[in-house]
Design a protein around this ligand. Structure first.
Ligand code: ADP
Ligand code: MG
Length: 262
């Protein structure tokens, strides 16, 4: 499904956070959103997923305004893993993953227990957390916990998966593991991925499109190698960087110095 924002404007406590922001996320893609701290990336994800309804402009899913979809229907199409997600106390992994099934249930309708069980089992398998199913979420390591949360949003079986800095605080092996799981669900199941990444090297390696958020709107969007250039890094992040090619042919950047302020 295609997710589009048109002329978004978001103000919080009298400050304009996003303005004239328009962007399209094509179906089946893995798009990384990058930009400086405080640029409004998390704010944008909340608007795109209906968590923040206090905005001007329009967000559409395959042409339909998300304001008309209703929270539960929207949640069958879009799942978001927010930054620093927390589990309620005394929650097992299996229970947490099962929360992902909420869009398919309601107080008057039990849903489909078999479909729920299958989705939960599938999500735990894809993220390799089956062996932790009975563990309390708070006893897991950072990497294990992040995979459990990933299982929760995958159990939602959305068309579009939105992730807000999914690798922050993880060691490099666990970062790779998370990114590989995300790439796998995109390739094998065609799930569209929109992820805020603070590590531009991850964006270069794992996204097939990069959108840059700066000065309240998207300033660039395109293939990673066209977007991530020495001049973009200087303009947007104020950093002088070298860009290399690693042994797999992937571009890798190395920040060298801050660009002197004028
Ligand atoms: P990013 O995710 O790119 O780091 P955010 O979307 O979290 O940026 O925040 C963008 C700006 O909006 C920041 O300046 C932040 O301080 C401000 N902001 C976000 N949420 C709130 C809020 N609830 N109250 C006040 N300011 C907020
Ligand atoms: Mg953020």
């Amino acid at each position: 499904m295609e997710l589009t924002a048109k002329n978004l404007q978001v103000s919080i406590a009298g400050h304009t956070i996003l303005k004239d922001l328009s962007v399209t996320f094509a179906a089946g893609r893995r798009t990384a959103i990058i930009g400086p701290n405080g640029a409004g990336k998390s704010t944008l994800l909340k608007v795109l997923t209906g968590l923040n309804e206090d905005y001007r402009g329009q967000v559409t899913l395959d042409g339909e305004d998300i304001r008309h979809l209703g929270r539960q229907r929207l949640a069958r199409h879009l799942a978001i893993l927010p930054q620093g997600a927390q589990a309620p106390p005394d929650t097992t992994v299996e229970r947490l993953v099962d929360y992902g099934r909420f869009p398919y249930r309601s107080w008057f309708r039990a849903g489909n227990p078999r479909a729920d069980r299958e989705a939960v089992a599938w999500a735990m398998q894809v993220t390799h957390v089956e062996k932790f199913r009975q563990r309390q979420v708070q006893t897991l390591s950072g990497g294990e916990r992040q995979r459990a949360f990933l299982a929760m949003v995958l159990a939602q079986q959305p068309d579009i998966l939105l992730l807000d800095e999914p690798t922050t605080y993880l060691d490099i092996a666990h970062q790779l593991e998370v990114m590989q799981i995300v790439c796998e669900v995109n390739r094998r199941y065609g799930m569209t991925v929109i992820m805020v990444l603070h590590d531009i090297n991850h964006a270069l390696q794992y996204a097939d499109e990069i959108a840059v958020l700066k000065d309240r709107h998207i300033v660039r969007q395109g293939p990673p190698r066209e977007v991530v250039t020495v001049s973009m890094l200087a303009e947007v992040f104020g950093v002088r960087a070298d860009i290399f090619t690693n042994r797999t042919g992937a571009a890798v950047l190395s920040p060298v110095a801050l660009v002197p302020r004028p």
